[in-house]
Write a protein that binds this ligand. Structure first.
Ligand SMILES: Nc1ncnc2c1ncn2[C@@H]1O[C@H](COP(=O)(O)OP(=O)(O)OP(=O)(O)O)[C@@H](O)[C@H]1O
Ligand SMILES: [Mg+2]
Length: 271
């Protein structure tokens, strides 16, 4: 942290009266810049989310329009029945997408509160369902019922989105993605693991991946995602502000697993 590297002077007796101490001024400027950087990260995450959601919604609308046209062109019962079925399925998916967006709007609190992570995980996966299918990635989930975590839903969704997009980008030729939500009763933690069967991370790069701007990507991919090197540093900052932990295990050629561990929310009445 930049803040920690600048020691404050013990005394300010040489300072002219009425002039702010230059180090104090520098500290203030740095906190302003850090706040601004965090705001930009939040906006970028929101932009990515809106992009993904709009894209998904558009896909659903295209399906609905095409099958409605098919039903109108063909008068035989079998074709119309099929068209109605497709329209119904697509309409249900559209409802899921709007529910996920409304869910995000509801989880706006910036203070951690008792939060069930399961709907957040399922909604985020639902938004990325088509993207994963396009890249031939099989998604296996294990979302155990357990206590709620002390968390800001939106921020955890931002972290999860980052981890899932990284995992997808590590499997350009397809693979398997495992998402597991568990509860560690003894440690009083909720664990969320995202594991992929992708390229893996070389041991010499592992210490750098959480540093801001560290990236091995050449820029955004064809879906417009990745490449700034801010994803994991934002994840780490968010998880640490929750007093949680983020851990990584990786083997080159086999895959990578990120685990976030968040404190369990106190029982009702103690919050
Ligand atoms: N699941 C993963 N498999 C392999 N490498 C990964 C994985 N997740 C992260 N990395 C490595 O860590 C680097 C940093 O990741 P990070 O998410 O911070 O940035 P990025 O994905 O490059 O860009 P962005 O900020 O746009 O997300 C990546 O460039 C990549 O080299
Ligand atoms: Mg990333």
């Amino acid at each position: 942290m930049l803040n920690d590297t600048l020691a404050r002077p013990d005394s300010t007796e040489d300072m002219p009266v009425g002039h702010p101490d230059p180090l104090t001024e520098l500290h203030e400027q740095m906190s302003d810049l850090r706040r601004e950087l965090n705001r930009c990260r939040r906006m970028a995450a929101l932009g990515e989310l809106v992009g993904t959601t709009t894209h998904e919604f558009n896909n659903v609308l295209t399906t609905i329009i095409n099958f409605a046209k098919m039903g109108l062109r063909n008068s035989d019962n079998a074709t119309r029945e099929k068209a109605f079925q497709k329209i119904l399925t697509a309409g249900q998916r559209a409802a899921q997408i709007t529910n996920a967006v409304l869910g995000m709007a509801r989880n706006r609190s910036s203070d951690p509160e008792p939060t069930d992570l399961r709907p957040i995980v399922s909604e985020t996966l639902m938004l990325l369902e088509r993207e994963m299918k396009n890249y031939r990635i099989e998604v296996i989930t294990e979302l155990c019922e357990g206590p709620r975590a002390m968390a800001c839903g939106n921020q955890i969704q931002q972290v999860l989105m980052n981890l899932l997009v990284n995992a997808r980008q590590a499997m350009p030729n397809g693979g398997t993605l495992w998402v597991r939500l568990q509860h560690d009763d003894v440690a009083g933690l909720v664990d969320l693991t995202v594991r992929d069967s992708g390229t893996g991370i070389p041991a010499e790069q592992l210490p750098s991946i959480f540093e801001p701007y560290f990236s091995t990507k050449r820029g955004p991919d064809e879906s417009g995602k990745g490449g700034t090197g801010l994803g994991l540093s934002a994840c780490k900052e968010i998880i640490e502000s929750h007093r949680g932990k983020i851990r990584v295990q990786s083997t080159v050629g086999k895959g990578t697993a990120f685990t976030i561990r968040l404190p369990v929310a106190p029982p009702l009445g103690e919050t």
